[in-house]
Design a protein around this ligand. Structure first.
Ligand SMILES: [Zn+2]
Length: 162
């Protein structure tokens, strides 16, 4: 009897929905909060440096693992800007299904998000989506467009250096 019960428990555990395994542990909460407060994309190292003074127990390996997990659950957004470092930003829950464009500064990794488009821009977006849907037989539900460049502050810092 006892062993039957045990087998049944094991069976139930293996049947669980994988998303049900997402628990808001302390490292997950801290990392999400850190990304939420940042106006820039952050690397795992940046997060480590930010959290370390208050939470010296947090390891870089945990941060990497947690970032991958949060990305899998679409709670954060990952970019690679060509310097070999993955950078992460917090993704609003509604952003996952919302259409928006964002500009990412290649120098300070600031993110400027916008979703207020003119009618002409909306037409342009609609035309693009119609063409891609037809060409790739893909039902588009939402989009995110990312522009890379230099923010105002970084542009002025660079011209001062020259
Ligand atoms: Zn910048």
């Amino acid at each position: 009897m006892a062993s039957d019960l045990k087998n049944n428990e094991q069976f139930q555990n293996s049947q669980k929905d994988p998303s049900a395994n997402f628990r808001m542990t302390l490292p997950r909460k801290l990392i999400l909060q850190c990304l939420k407060n940042a106006e820039n994309y952050l690397t795992a190292d940046d997060i480590f440096v930010a959290l370390y003074p208050e939470y010296p127990g947090i390891g870089l390996a945990t941060i990497y693992r947690t970032l991958n997990l949060l990305e899998e659950h679409e709670m954060i957004n990952k970019v690679n800007l060509g310097d070999g470092k993955a950078r992460f930003a917090y993704q609003e829950e509604e952003d996952a299904v919302k259409n928006y464009h964002q500009m990412v500064c290649k120098r300070c990794f600031k993110v400027i998000k916008f979703d207020e488009f003119t009618d002409a821009e909306l037409d342009c977006i609609k035309n693009c989506q119609q063409r891609y849907s037809t060409q790739f037989k893909f039902k588009i539900e939402s989009h995110i467009v990312q522009y890379y460049g230099l923010c105002e502050e970084c542009q002025s810092l660079i011209s001062e250096d020259e």
